[in-house]
Design a binder for this molecule. Structure first.
Ligand SMILES: *Cc1c(COP(=O)(O)O)cnc(C)c1O
Length: 414
């Protein structure tokens, strides 16, 4: 740990300007500034109002199905122990956020944001989406609250994520195909920000991860922290103590931030964030590992680690998992990376594909390809750790959406 940088608490970010150390902030056009300040003020007010929290928690319980269970993955644990020396092989738990309504963690932060939008008197919701999971979660909440919803999606992603495009339409949302740039998530987010500036009065922009200008990284983290808060209580019940190691996949970093945040000031708890290693991080554009294979720059209103070329042009990330190929990462992760509080590692497409199949067969849980990356890392480290070590891995999404991709890679035609 870098002693010069070490703060008294790792929960101190962001400061009043939205900065986590040298990261985050709000690098936005002047025209966007009033909107962002309005969101910040409204969120501060909502956060201080117990009735806001109560309404959100009621939705989490009765609509989403929280708390999600903490599952002792006994067969995965045995699998790891079978390859370990005697006395080694950590005990592996899954935090089962794949059981949430709409199949991933995204809905936690979407419901918080939609409740906020309603308080602000906003009449319509816009969102960006890559693989479509955030678009589906937002369209779902908008159906529930009878709010018109427009989802910006890169034209390339619209092509390759047809089932989610159809889901959003069934839920009543309008899907706008964005053709600029590489026509993927980065471009969809640019377009959503542009559209927001042009529709200031009545529109709320619901962001899908811990990225964007302040207050979004903080706000989305706060909502997703329900994952770590539940884990803390459930681990006390199961084992009578805190876990030793937390593992989560990193796209923009919201499910990881949600699991990690409540444990940041517990020095005994280690944390590993798993980025998409794609074809290997030694390749130039064959991965989406912003922290281990990128460098700091500004994108989507904040300063953070990015995949970029020598001229600062943003590079397209690659991952077998469409939810992990964002070329940036939430600014709080960049800070935790520099402080050394969280270790960032990666898993390749092939490792994730293997872990996907292993999890299906050993636990009867078909994971999304994103948490399959986290599991691939768990399979590497668990056999090297003492048997009393407790690992919690965030199973942040289910794999229904990925069966076509996986079938394709396995040479199976559906
Ligand atoms: C969207 C998504 C991710 C990536 O987003 P984070 O903000 O990094 O959590 C990971 N897993 C699943 C299942 C997703 O839907």
């Amino acid at each position: 740990m870098n002693q010069l940088l070490k703060p008294n608490t790792f929960k101190s970010g962001p400061d009043s300007a939205g900065r986590f150390g040298g990261f985050g902030g709000r690098y936005v056009a002047e025209t966007l500034m009033p909107l962002i300040l309005e969101v910040e003020a409204a969120y501060a007010k909502a956060k201080a109002d117990p009735s806001f929290d109560a309404e959100w928690r009621r939705l989490l319980k009765d609509y989403v199905g929280r708390p999600s269970p903490l599952w002792y993955a006994e067969r995965v644990t045995e699998h790891c122990r079978a390859q370990a020396e005697p006395g080694k092989g950590a005990k592996v738990y899954f935090k089962r956020d794949e059981l949430n309504h709409t199949g991933a963690h995204k809905i936690n932060a979407v419901l918080g944001q939609i409740l906020l939008a309603k308080r602000m008197g906003k009449k319509r919701i816009i969102a960006e989406t890559g693989a479509g999971q955030h678009g589906v979660a937002t369209a779902t909440a908008c159906a529930l609250f009878n709010l018109p919803c427009t989802v910006f999606m890169g034209a390339t992603d619209v092509e390759r994520q047809q089932p989610n495009v159809f889901r959003m339409k069934l839920l009543g949302a309008e899907v706008v195909a964005v053709t600029s740039g590489a026509a993927t998530l980065k471009d969809a987010m640019n377009e959503a920000l542009r559209h927001w500036v042009a529709n200031v009065e009545d529109t709320y922009y619901c962001i899908g991860t811990v990225a964007g200008p302040h207050p979004y990284p903080m706000m989305v983290r706060d909502f997703q922290s329900v994952i770590g808060e539940e884990t803390r209580v459930q681990m006390q019940e199961a084992e009578g103590r805190l876990p030793d190691l937390l593992v989560a996949a990193i796209g923009g970093g919201s499910n990881a931030m949600g699991l990690f945040y409540p444990f940041l000031d517990d020095p005994s708890v280690q944390m590993h964030g798993v980025e998409a290693g794609g074809h290997g991080i030694e390749t130039v554009t064959g991965h989406a590992a912003s922290l281990t294979g990128g460098r700091p720059g500004v994108l989507h209103g904040n300063r953070t680690y990015l995949l970029q070329d020598e001229f600062g042009q943003i590079l397209e990330g690659h991952s077998i998992s469409a939810g992990l190929d964002y070329p940036g990462v939430g600014p709080e992760h960049s800070w935790l990376h520099e402080l050394g509080r969280v270790q960032y590692v990666n898993a390749t497409d092939k490792e994730a594909l293997d872990a996907f199949q292993l999890c299906s067969r050993l636990e009867g849980i078909i994971p999304a390809l994103e948490p399959a990356h986290a599991l691939a890392h768990v399979l590497k480290v668990a056999p090297t750790l003492p048997a009393e070590t407790l690992i919690v891995m965030n199973m942040c999404g289910r794999g229904d959406k990925d069966i076509f991709t996986v079938a394709g890679h396995l040479g199976v035609k559906l």
